[in-house]
Design a protein around this ligand. Structure first.
Ligand SMILES: NC(=O)c1ccc[n+]([C@@H]2O[C@H](COP(=O)([O-])OP(=O)(O)OC[C@H]3O[C@@H](n4cnc5c(N)ncnc54)[C@H](OP(=O)(O)O)[C@@H]3O)[C@@H](O)[C@H]2O)c1
Length: 162
């Protein structure tokens, strides 16, 4: 399974000045639960924000300029190469495309499922999740979480193209 995992605001903002423009305690729980034991693919800037490989999963960084090598972390030059490596090295694992915008843009065509956290904010931002054709997906609302900044976990599953 290739999944795409993202948290976006009501105005589709995913990032601002190299960071995620909100901090919501507990919001990253689903990211951790889904990706642990699996493969995470992310762009160089997203990796730089985290600054280290994520524990208990395999990280593939996409970059043409940098080379991050560590335990459970490799760097490749394209998203297709990243997916090929993941499927070859860890055929039993799920793959999660984890941003940023370029990876999402290219990844939308490749992902079977989109795991989205809809964040009830309209923050300032410079990085956006691309528009996509929602009619090509079945949408389920998995969990709505109240709080100072409410958010909802939803899943879009790509319909079979026949
Ligand atoms: N809200 C969320 O769920 C979420 C998730 C992830 C990131 N973010 C935010 O998004 C922002 C970062 O995203 P971004 O779009 O600016 O950067 P990014 O995608 O993380 O990184 C961009 C870099 O990755 C490499 N890259 C990306 N796509 C590529 C492709 N298809 N082929 C080859 N190389 C590729 C290139 O590296 P080189 O220049 O080294 O070649 C490119 O300059 C940050 O603000 C971050 O906090 C938010």
């Amino acid at each position: 399974m290739i999944g795409l995992i993202v948290a976006y605001a009501k105005n589709r903002v995913i990032g601002n000045k190299g960071q995620i423009p909100w901090r919501i305690k507990g919001e990253q729980r689903r990211f951790r639960e889904l990706t642990t034991g699996n493969v995470v693919i992310m762009g160089r800037r997203s990796y730089d924000e985290i600054g280290h490989p994520l524990p208990n999963r395999n990280t593939i960084v996409v970059s043409k300029t940098a080379n991050y090598e560590a335990e459970n972390c490799v760097t490749v030059g394209s998203l297709t190469e990243a997916i090929d490596i993941a499927k070859t090295k860890w055929p039993e694992m799920n793959i999660y495309l984890s941003g940023g915008a370029g990876i999402y843009r290219e990844g939308l065509d490749l992902a079977d499922k989109l795991f989205v956290t809809e964040v009830e904010l309209e923050p300032e931002g410079d990085t956006f999740f691309p528009e996509f054709d929602e009619t090509k997906y079945d949408k389920t609302v998995d969990e709505a979480v109240d709080g100072e900044i409410p958010y909802t976990y939803v899943t879009y599953t790509k319909k079979n193209e026949r």
